[in-house]
Design a protein around this ligand. Structure first.
Ligand SMILES: [Zn+2]
Length: 436
């Protein structure tokens, strides 16, 4: 694949030409566009960005569709080309031994791939004060199509954070439209805008909002250590070769913990994970809104009214979500429903279905300390720990063991009857009342 990069004013465009060994379709992801344009903040100049950073940004953007070779219109360092070859088998042809490896100085700082959601706001609260949050904003559909996606809430958050003196940046791009179906092509894709800005802001690490349920598959079939997974080690090695560390500071936290941190933190009131609602007005009709409302209620004690619960549970998307066994992130619903003591028949039915009283999920309330060693760069470990403990207790040894040994399979096998009962209640709630 050949990638060309050009800059006009604040816009940098990557354009690709496919070679014979490239593919237009990789698994479920099809290459939908051959150009991506990033609208970058003031001060960005492609000429002063280390070529290895530009190359890595291009590699990630088009990774699923690249065959054996990556041809660039500029040269990269030998060390970067060697690392990419070893980690991904992709050969970068244009190499110059006059280009030194990228290094950073004493004053380098971390960036955060900021989404405006709860996990991201929590990450910001526990990363150092000089962290640079960068929001990757998806442009409107390129062909005038329709979308439910709204960036109102994160855009509002960015405005408020800047007004409060926290410099937060916005990079608008059609990065996610490169892929059909629309979305980030691979795990590190949200980092692409930060890689382009890494020299301007002198970044030596990039933070993500990856929480324990993703990093360790907590609540799933079995514990899996993200730091040992191929996809993590492969990209971590390549990031290292451009002087950037992965900084997954919320990897040891459940969604319960990130919500709790967000609620306690300076910008927590701006956190909104719903991408369909307006700022301060989540849609309350999507799965994220449903789960968040229960998690927050479990902390505030302000449960949604019976009619609101009934309306949400009758919503098709939420009903489909709740009909699964296990429900996605069932462990989080269990933790949220653990202390419910109200009388709403639907919430009581949900509580019985996720059965928090019969299996111990208290470890979802604590920080999994071992995540520090593998997920947080050494330079930032002490500060991350100190900040973390301001908000969240560390898991006890017993909880760590429960966190690692939890498996959803046996839990589900023991509640076939509860699942059946709950499905009948969901169905009845969604059907119009039949009289007589
Ligand atoms: Zn929503």
């Amino acid at each position: 694949m050949h990638i060309d990069m050009t800059q006009i004013d604040a816009d940098m465009t990557m354009s690709v030409k496919l070679a014979e060994d490239d593919r237009e379709s990789a698994g479920k992801a099809t290459l939908a566009r051959k150009t991506v344009t990033f609208n970058l903040p003031k001060g960005f100049n492609k000429q002063s960005v280390h070529p290895d950073l530009l190359a890595l940004a291009g590699l990630i953007t088009f990774y699923p569709w690249i065959g054996k070779r990556l041809d660039l219109s500029f040269a990269v360092s030998q060390g970067f080309a060697d690392t990419v070859k070893a980690a991904s088998k992709i050969e970068i042809a244009n190499v110059s031994d006059r280009i030194q490896k990228r290094t950073t100085g004493e004053n380098a700082r971390p960036g955060l791939a900021f989404s405006g959601g709860v996990d991201s706001i929590a990450a910001l609260a526990i990363m150092p004060e000089n962290t640079v949050p960068v929001f990757s904003c998806r442009t409107a559909p390129p062909n005038g199509g329709r979308t439910l996606y709204k960036a109102d809430a994160p855009l509002h958050a960015i405005k408020e954070m800047n007004a409060a003196g926290k410099d937060t940046f916005l990079v608008e791009s059609d990065l996610e439209w490169v892929r059909e179906p629309v979305g980030f092509a691979i795990d590190p894709s949200p980092a692409v805008p930060l890689l382009l800005l890494a020299d301007l802001f002198e970044l030596d690490a990039i933070g993500f909002g990856t929480i324990a349920e993703a990093a360790y598959r907590t609540g799933g079939a079995a514990f899996l250590d993200y730091s040992k997974r191929g996809v993590f080690t492969q990209w971590q090695t390549i990031f290292h070769s451009v002087g950037i560390d992965y900084y997954n500071c919320v990897a040891g936290l459940s969604e319960m913990c990130t919500t709790s941190i967000a609620l306690q933190s300076e910008f927590g009131h701006l956190a909104q994970s719903c991408v369909r609602g307006l700022a301060g007005k989540p849609c309350m009709s999507c799965v994220k809104c449903f789960r968040k409302s229960l998690i927050e209620a479990s902390m505030s004690g302000n449960w949604p009214s019976e009619s609101e619960v009934s309306r949400m549970m009758a919503n098709r998307a939420i009903r489909n979500y709740l009909s699964d066994a296990p429900i996605r992130l069932e462990i989080i619903l269990a933790a949220a429903m653990m202390n419910y003591a109200g009388r709403d028949p639907l919430l009581l039915a949900l509580q019985k279905r996720v059965a928090p009283k019969t299996w111990n999920v208290s470890f979802t309330q604590g920080w999994y300390g071992p995540s520090l060693q593998t997920m947080v760069p050494q330079k930032y470990r002490q500060e991350t720990t100190d900040r973390m403990l301001n908000y969240i207790p560390q898991m006890t040894g017993e909880q760590e063991e429960a966190f690692r040994s939890f498996e959803i399979g046996p839990v589900m096998a023991a509640k076939n009857r509860e699942v059946e009962e709950f499905l009948a209640i969901l169905e009845a709630n969604a059907s119009p009342t039949v009289v007589g």
